[in-house]
Design a binder for this molecule. Sequence first.
Ligand code: ADP
Length: 400
Amino acid sequence: MKILVINCGSSSLKYQLMDMDNERVLAKGLAERIGIEGSVLTHKSEEMESVVIKRDMKNHKVALEILMNALTDEKHGVIKTMDEISAVGHRVVHAGEKFASSVLITEDVMNALKECIDIAPLHNPPNIMGIEACKEILPDVPMVGVFDTAFHQTMPKEAYIYPIPYEYYEKYKIRKYGFHGTSHKYVGLRAASILNKPINDLKIITCHLGNGASITAIKEGISIDTSMGFTPLEGLAMGTRCGSIDPAILTFLMEKEELNSQEINNILNKKSGVLGVSGVSNDFRDIEEAAQKGNKRAQLALDIFNYRVRTTIGSYVAAMNGVDAIVFTAGLGENSATNRKDICDKLQFLGLSIDDDKNNIRGKETIISTEDSKVKVLVIPTDEELMIAKDTEEIVANII
Ligand code: ADP
C-alpha cells in the first residue's frame, strides 16, 4: 500500500510518499513560499538527484498539483498514476480534546478541527487548507488526520489543569494539551523495541530537542505529562521561544515597554529562548561555535537550555516514581553529543552513566549508556512521517 504523508504550514507543504509493504520512502519533498513570490518545490525521489521546480504556487492546491505531477513524472516520478496512492495521512497540530488518536477524516472531523482554530490560530488553518486542497485533487482517496496533541490526551487532570479559575477551562478549554505527540510516541515505541521489553512495563522519558523542544513522561505506554502546554510556548527554553517564565513578566513588560498583546507574543515566541539570551542565533550549532570561541552569553544560553532539560527530566522521574529509559531525539537530541553529555552527567544520582564512545554518534539509533547504567539512555532519530503513515495504514486497512 502506498501512502502519501502531508504536513502543511502556512506557506509550506512537506510530503513523503511511502511504500508500506517495506516502509520505504519512495519520494519526498518540500514546497516553499506558497502564496508568495518565488515559490519553489524541491522533490527527491529514491536513488535520484533532487529536482528543483520553480513555479508560481498561489495556494496549497496548486502546490499539491505540482507535487502530484512530480510524483508521476516520466523522468523523476515514482508512480505511474495518482491511483496508486491508497490513502493520505495529514499531520494536524491541534485536535483539542476531541481526538485521542488518529481518525479517518469525515465532515464531522473537519468541523471539529475548525472549532480548534480558536486555540491554534497559527497551526490549524494551514492544516485544514491542506486537507481541503487534497480532497479536491484526490476526492475518492481516504484521508486520515494524525494529531500532535492526541498522544497526550491520556494525561491525568492534575497534570493538565492549570491552577487558574476553573471556569476558564470550562469556558475556553484552557488546559495543557502538549505537542510533538507523534514524535514522542514513535521514539517511545522504538525504545521499547530496542530494549526488547513491552512498553507497558517501562517508564520512559522522551526528549524531543529541536528548534521547538518538549519532554514527555511515558508510563506504561501512555503520556502522563509533557512540557509544552496550552500552546507550544510552555516548558523548555527553545530556539526562539521562552518556555515557562513567571507570567507576571508579561504584564510588567507590556507596561514598561508599552507593548500590546501581539507584540509581547512576538517577543516570547520569536525573540526569546537561546536566541534571546545569546544574541547570536537560534541555531544550536552557531551557539555552540560561539561558546567555544569564548562568547559568555552563548555559553549561558546553552547552560539554561541544558539545565531546563535536566530539571524537567528530574520532575518526570518524580511524576512516574522512577525511570527506566531516557531518549534523545530531533535535531539537537540526535546530533549534539556535548549537550547529551552535559545533561546526563548531572543525572548520575539516578544511577545513570553515559559511555563517551557510544555517545559520539549522530542521527543513528544507539544505546549510549554504559552496560551497567541503571537507566538506559538512547538516541533515536524521530520519524513522524513513518508514524503518520503507519496510523493511516491501520485506519484505512479496515475500509479499503
Ligand atoms: P524543528 O523541526 O523544530 O525546526 P529540528 O528537529 O530540525 O527542529 O532541529 C533543528 C535544530 O537542531 C537546529 O536549531 C540545530 O541547532 C540543531 N542541530 C542540528 N544538527 C546539529 C548538530 N550537529 N549539533 C548541534 N545542533 C544541531
